[in-house]
Write a protein that binds this ligand. Structure first.
Ligand code: IDP
Ligand code: MG
Length: 140
C-alpha cells in the first residue's frame, strides 16, 4: 500500500461541541499522523466547490448550509493506506450504520451532521488536499 495522505475535515457539529481534541485522539490512536491542520470558517463558495460532486443530490443545499454553519478543522493525515484507514476510523456515513468504536458511531448527530469528512480515494485525496493546503503548510 505505502505511505499515503488523505484529507480530513472535522465538521461544524463537532467543533460546536468542542470535540476537536477527542476526534484527533481517535485519529492518532489509529496510527494516522496529523501532518497539517487549520481551523477555518468555510465560505459558501468554498463549500459549494468542495462538494461539487454532490451538486445533483437532494441534500446538496442543506449540506452546504451545514458546512458553513460554524468553524471546521481541515487536516492532512498520513499513514500506510491512510485513505482506507481513515474511512475505517470514521465509520459509515449514517451513524446508525457505523460500527462500534468509530468516530461517527460515537459522535455524529445525524447522517448530515456526521462529525467528519474523509477522502474516498487516493486521487480525490490529492485534489482535496490541494484545495485547502499549499505544500509548505504540510510537514510530514
Ligand atoms: P461520506 O462523507 O461518508 O463520504 P458522501 O456520500 O460523500 O458520504 O456524502 C457527503 C456528505 O453529505 C456526508 O458526509 C453527509 O454529511 C452528507 N450526506 C450524505 N448523504 C446524506 C443524506 O442522505 N442526507 C443528508 N446528508 C447526507
Ligand atoms: Mg464522500
Amino acid at each position: 500500500m505505502g505511505v499515503e495522505r488523505t484529507l480530513s475535515i472535522i465538521k461544524p457539529d463537532a467543533t460546536r461541541r468542542n470535540l476537536t481534541g477527542k476526534i484527533n485522539a481517535r485519529l492518532e490512536d489509529s496510527g494516522l499522523k496529523i501532518i497539517a491542520q487549520k481551523r477555518l470558517h468555510l465560505t459558501r463558495g468554498q463549500a459549494e466547490k468542495f462538494y461539487e460532486v454532490h451538486k445533483e443530490r437532494p441534500f446538496y443545499n442543506d449540506l452546504v448550509e451545514f458546512m458553513i454553519s460554524g468553524p471546521v478543522v481541515v487536516q492532512v493525515l498520513e499513514a500506510d493506506g491512510a485513505v482506507a484507514l481513515n474511512r475505517k476510523v470514521m465509520g459509515e456515513t449514517n451513524p446508525a450504520n457505523a460500527a462500534e468504536g468509530t468516530i461517527r458511531r460515537d459522535f455524529a448527530e445525524s447522517i448530515e451532521a456526521n462529525s467528519v469528512h474523509g477522502s474516498d480515494s487516493a486521487e480525490n485525496a490529492q485534489n482535496e488536499i490541494r484545495f485547502f493546503f499549499s505544500e509548505t503548510e504540510i510537514v510530514g
